[in-house]
Ligand binder design. Structure first.
Ligand code: AMP
Length: 396
């Protein structure tokens, strides 16, 4: 397979699917440019080779055609500063104007296309739409890992129009390399830490990981479904009643496979779902009526720290508690710090999924772990063992 490093882009127009889905404030200023910044190396590689660049992305969730607040024109200024060059803008991602601007691009020049999702055809994976986009470039690069689990026109369908000239960008290459490192050749002991609100979103990944890990640690709102399945009293904590059997089966599967399944032994419970609620520390299997567990307790943190400390590979997805509220952030902070410490001592750690990334950033620890994945849903599906359409389209 060709890679971006071995490809010579001289005099080629590279059509790059990027993930510029960045948050904007009410003045349309970018409040977090991480995703744009991450794509710069791929763009620069093409420009340094004396090729030209056509950038395409979605932004937000436009419902019915163009909406000013979702226009990619708001990104032009930042992008031109970042690349230190003028950015041309096509106010429609297909059509005559886009085609002319693309045709006239000279080497070293950059064209940004308007939001792909102003066309319903994008999410539907429409082939005609994909072909029109494909007509703008000579070579296709997919560097949008965050949407790699979607079979959209610009993320997957389009690749067929570039049978020879289709490549992963650096972000995609990095993501796949790091995720493969964890899944195909993890150094043991391998510990997976899973948290977040619901079991339903994570049960497939838990079942998949049970075949690979030595330890699994469960925290967050989803722990209560497991605790109740084991006969615990969970008060008014979050619960998915319909998944009690599923949770029990996962625990039994772990036992059969010899995987250590860790549930918190203590929790911090609150009388209301708010930061300044009254709080108590209690046994996680004996939470009083009307109280809800919003974080793991200190005894659990200590036990988890020991497991993390003895691990060589660590995968973390999902917060241990309601970390957005300062009074219930401690369990998540403790685990993040512990992962950072284990990493300094030689373990390999991969953090992924929107909320754990937000947590690791909140505690300023992203530089202290081995890799932070940019893809929430895409990362989960990859770990579940599903084939990602965006990846398959390039490999196939
Ligand atoms: P997810 O998107 O499923 O990873 O869930 C992340 C969300 O789970 C975060 O917004 C947390 O605030 C929330 N969460 C974590 N622990 C709890 C808990 N014990 N009760 C309710 N929500 C929680």
């Amino acid at each position: 397979m060709k890679t971006i490093d071995t490809y010579n882009f001289k005099n080629k127009k590279a059509l790059i699917r990027v993930d510029f889905n960045v948050p904007l404030n009410d003045k349309f200023e970018i409040t977090d440019a991480t995703r744009i910044n991450a794509a710069i190396p791929t763009i620069k590689k093409v420009l340094n080779d004396e090729g030209s660049v056509i950038l395409m992305s979605h932004l937000g969730r436009p419902k019915d055609g163009p909406e000013d607040k979702f226009s990619l024109k708001h990104l032009v200024k930042y992008l031109s500063e970042k690349l230190n060059t003028e950015i041309q803008f096509a106010d429609d991602c297909i059509g005559k104007n886009a085609f002319e601007l693309a045709s006239n691009l000279k080497s070293g020049e950059v064209l940004l296309l308007e939001n792909l999702r102003f066309y319903k055809e994008e999410k539907k994976g429409n082939e005609d739409f994909a072909e029109k986009l494909a007509g703008l470039g000579d070579v296709y690069i997919n560097d949008a890992f965050g949407t790699a689990h979607r079979a959209h026109a610009s993320t997957a369908v389009i690749a067929k129009f570039f049978p020879k000239d289709k490549l992963f960008g650096y972000i995609m290459e990095n993501e796949l390399e790091n995720l493969n490192k964890v899944l195909s050749e993890p150094q043991k002991p391998f510990t997976a830490i899973l948290g977040g609100a619901k079991v339903s979103g994570k049960i497939e990944i838990i079942n998949q990981l049970l075949n690979k890990v030595d330890n699994i640690i469960i925290g967050g709102g989803m722990m209560f479904t497991f605790i109740k399945a084991m006969g615990g009293n969970i008060g008014s904590s979050l619960i998915e009643e319909d998944l009690l059997d599923v949770a029990k089966n996962a625990i039994e599967k772990a036992k059969k496979l010899g995987v250590n399944f860790y549930l918190p032994t203590d929790v911090i419970a609150a009388d209301e779902f708010k930061n300044d609620a009254q709080k108590i520390s209690c046994d996680s299997f004996d939470i009083p009526e009307e109280w809800m567990g919003l974080d793991i307790g200190p005894e659990s943190s200590e036990q988890f720290a020991e497991v993390v400390n003895n691990s060589k590979t660590i995968l973390w997805n999902g917060p241990m508690g309601v970390f957005e509220m300062s009074n219930f952030e401690k369990g998540t902070k403790d685990i993040a710090e512990q992962i950072a410490e284990a990493t300094q001592e030689g373990a390999y750690s991969l953090i992924g999924g929107g909320d754990s990334v937000a947590a690791i950033n909140k505690f300023n620890l992203s530089e202290k772990v081995s890799y932070v994945s940019t893809g929430g849903g895409a990362m989960l599906e990859f770990i579940e063992g599903k084939e990602l359409p965006g990846v398959k389209a390039i490999m196939g």
